[in-house]
Ligand binder design. Structure first.
Ligand code: NAI
Ligand code: MG
Length: 361
């Protein structure tokens, strides 16, 4: 693995936000002599237009060469009529499975300056800082057998299979325990062990791992209760680890507690810490190319890349502080704008982060 960063702008607002994140990372790279080199390739609808497929071989081979990949977003109405197998999203799924990106890290962090955006009362949500570790390449989304069959009676039956083996559980468990160790030392594993055997196994493996991490306090919670607890008292959580489907749902729920989809980064890592980083939001075709998109989730995804794939904690922290600074200055893109703050566009926001960065490098 190299010190290469591959940028995949993709579709919709993808190019708008990647341009800003690339500038910020480029600035940190130069000022701190990080030794990163930059590459860029096509994915999603943009790749369909240029090369007839959402994930061209050239993109895949450049992705394999990169230590970190920063993706904008893929998809849009232009490609909605295509069959599932030929759609822009196939580019993302191909990268995830091709690179074995099994660990999805999704922070839900409430910036104090944006507390008004949350749907929860300030006293409930203030200080929110959760990391959800979601298994990304197994579970019911991938288990075999699957499909829709016609029974002898003529009635149709749909089947999906919820399957995890011990080593799949163990490797995601390790990522979660390691993350908890670097944060506040609390890990909550979420399952449905009272009903689903596969998640009872999940619980057993987590218990087993806990003996290797005596400094981490492990607890367990059923997923239905977790959904309630997240809105009742989200601050009880530090790191959450869960399977693919529960993680999909709970991470979206946790994201909404912060109220600002344009602020949330994410990471997907494999065993060698190679990772694909992207904002949690989609390609927002309604505002594409209009200098309206919030680039902060993508810039923060870039910071996560420096931290998790390249071990550059100092540079990552500096970018995160620069983002805090611009919020403190009152700068807001339309998605996080409210009275008394200053409305700016995508470029102005990116440039403000870049200038603020200098004070932290
Ligand atoms: P979306 O996240 O693109 O947009 C939802 C709403 O949030 C829109 O009103 C949009 O303008 C706003 N929004 C999103 N990101 C923003 C940002 N950075 N700054 C300001 N406002 C922002 O979700 P939607 O509309 O469901 O999907 C649009 C397209 O994106 C679809 O084609 C979908 O398949 C694709 N998509 C791609 C994802 C990816 O590439 N990982 C993830 C989710 C959706
Ligand atoms: Mg989802």
């Amino acid at each position: 693995m190299t010190q290469r960063v591959l940028f995949l702008p993709g579709d919709g607002i993808g190019p708008d936000i990647i341009e800003q994140a690339r500038a910020v990372l480029g600035h940190a790279n130069e000022r701190l002599s990080l030794g990163l080199d930059f590459d860029e390739a096509l994915v999603g609808g943009a790749a369909i237009e240029a090369a007839g497929t959402a994930l061209p071989d050239d993109t895949m081979s450049r992705a394999r060469e990169a230590g970190g990949i920063l993706l904008g977003a893929v998809g849009g109405p232009k490609w909605d009529h295509l069959e599932m197998a030929n759609r822009p999203e196939k580019g993302l799924l191909g990268l995830r499975s091709g690179l074995g990106l099994f660990a999805n890290l999704r922070p839900a962090f409430l910036y104090p300056q944006l507390a008004e955006a949350s749907s929860l009362r300030p006293e409930v949500v203030s200080g929110l800082d959760i990391l959800i570790v979601r298994e990304l390449t197994g579970g019911i989304y991938f288990g075999q057998p699957r499909g829709v069959e016609t029974l002898e009676s003529g009635e149709r039956e749909g089947i999906n299979t919820y399957r995890y083996n011990e080593s799949e559980i163990r490797r995601i468990g390790r990522v979660a325990f390691e993350s908890a160790r670097q944060r506040n030392g609390r890990l909550c594993s979420i399952d449905k062990a009272n009903v689903l055997e596969v998640t009872a196994l999940w619980r057993e493996v987590m218990e087993d791992l806990a003996t290797e991490y005596p400094d981490v306090e492990l607890s367990h919670m059923y997923v239905d209760n977790a959904a309630m607890q997240l809105v009742r008292d989200p601050n009880q959580f530090d790191v959450i680890v869960t399977g693919n489907m529960f993680g999909d749902i709970l991470s979206d729920e946790a994201a909404m507690l912060t109220g600002s989809i344009g602020m949330l980064p994410s990471a997907a890592l494999n065993e060698s810490k190679q990772g694909m980083y992207e904002p949690c939001h989609g390609s927002a075709p309604d505002i594409a190319g209009q200098d309206k998109a919030n680039p902060l989730a993508t810039i923060l995804s870039g910071a996560m890349m420096l931290r998790y794939s390249f071990g550059m904690e100092g540079a990552a922290g500096a970018i995160e502080k620069a983002v805090q600074d611009v919020l403190e200055q009152g700068l807001r893109t339309p998605d996080i704008h409210f009275e008394g703050t200053q409305l700016v566009g995508t470029r102005a926001m990116g440039e403000a982060v870049l200038s603020a960065l200098d004070t932290h490098l």
